[in-house]
Design a protein around this ligand. Structure first.
Ligand SMILES: C[S@@+](CC[C@H](N)C(=O)[O-])C[C@H]1O[C@@H](n2cnc3c(N)ncnc32)[C@H](O)[C@@H]1O
Length: 295
């Protein structure tokens, strides 16, 4: 590809794919990290239980369910303990929950093993051991930033979709400069306030012990978290791969670390009000894209 003539967003994408990270090492550390984290994943990632986050995902999932030609097969890539999978299991005849970490899949099975639709597959998002054009929906929730070559993986993921099938990218970090301000607000201001109030009311803040955090390597696994993704970078890429973009926006501003207690609930709810402001769909912490593969 001639980079000179490529649009800026495509240049960013291509450079990202050509970065010099050691792919195998990143994946090896991801397996170790997520095998450890699996047991307490939902404590370290309270965003999955936030009412705001769940309502956004439910809204998009309902759109996809209502507009799908078929609801036979859904594949969740990097499913973790089953955040996106849990929305899909009651709807699709067959759901294949895939992850590079066996520990994550074991937790998912404990939580959702009662669904006949559930199938588990240990595999790497970049090399999926599945036939092309079989899926009606492929979801990828909070996974791309862990992958050494996220756009290669997006290409591999889109290979699985039937023409007319949906791709749903959920909760990827937005471009760093948008997040920095909210991280400051969250970590320095809101968190202190929450801790102060929790101390007074005796509510447990849910912090993790150092022993639980031992062996985790956030720097290495969150390979693209520090920069995040540009919305246009993702949508341009998908358009160039024969997708129609159905929706693409950023969301989630105030984000209390632990979803417990009245103050956290109030802060989480405030996101519904904030999203009414101009530009809010560009400045949120996370990105979401719903795209449909054309014939
Ligand atoms: C932040 S978690 C997200 C889990 C879940 N999708 C959610 O939304 O809560 C990232 C997941 O990606 C998985 N993962 C990391 N690298 C992967 C890879 N190369 N292929 C497949 N899954 C991967 C991890 O094991 C982990 O379960």
């Amino acid at each position: 590809m001639n980079l000179e003539s490529a649009p800026a967003t495509m240049q960013a994408k291509t450079m990202c794919e050509e970065s010099s990270v050691d792919d195998i090492e990143v994946k090896r550390v991801n397996i170790l990290h997520h095998n450890i984290e699996a047991e307490f994943f939902e404590q370290v990632h309270p965003e999955g239980s936030s009412i705001y986050e769940r309502s956004k995902v439910l809204e998009s999932m309902l759109f996809i369910f209502e507009n799908s030609t078929n609801k036979a097969l859904c594949i969740d890539i990097g499913c973790g303990t089953g955040f996106a999978t849990s929305f899909e299991l009651p709807i699709y005849k067959t759901v294949v929950a895939t992850d590079i970490s066996r520990g994550m899949l074991e937790v998912l099975r404990e939580k959702h093993g009662n669904f006949d639709s559930l199938n588990l597959l240990v595999c790497d998002a970049e090399f999926l051991p599945l036939r092309s054009e079989i899926a009606d929906l492929v979801s990828v929730s909070s996974v791309l930033h862990h992958l050494p070559k996220p756009f290669n993986s997006l290409m591999e993921i889109s290979r699985l979709l039937r023409p007319d099938g949906f791709l749903y990218v959920i909760r990827e970090p937005n471009l760093q400069r948008f997040r920095r301000f909210f991280d400051f607000l969250d970590q320095k201001m809101i968190r202190r306030l929450v801790e102060l109030l929790e101390f007074r009311s005796g509510v447990d803040s849910g912090q993790l012990s150092p022993a639980m955090l031992k062996g985790l390597d956030f720097n290495m696994v969150d390979i693209h978290f520090s920069t995040g993704f540009q919305l246009a970078q993702v949508t341009d890429f998908l358009r160039s791969r024969s997708f129609n973009i159905i929706s693409a926006y950023s969301y989630h501003w105030v984000f209390p670390r632990y979803n417990k207690g009245m103050l956290q609930e109030l802060l989480t709810r405030s996101n519904f009000s904030i999203e009414k402001f101009p530009l809010s769909k560009k400045l949120g912490r996370y990105l979401s894209v719903v795209a449909r593969k054309t014939g």
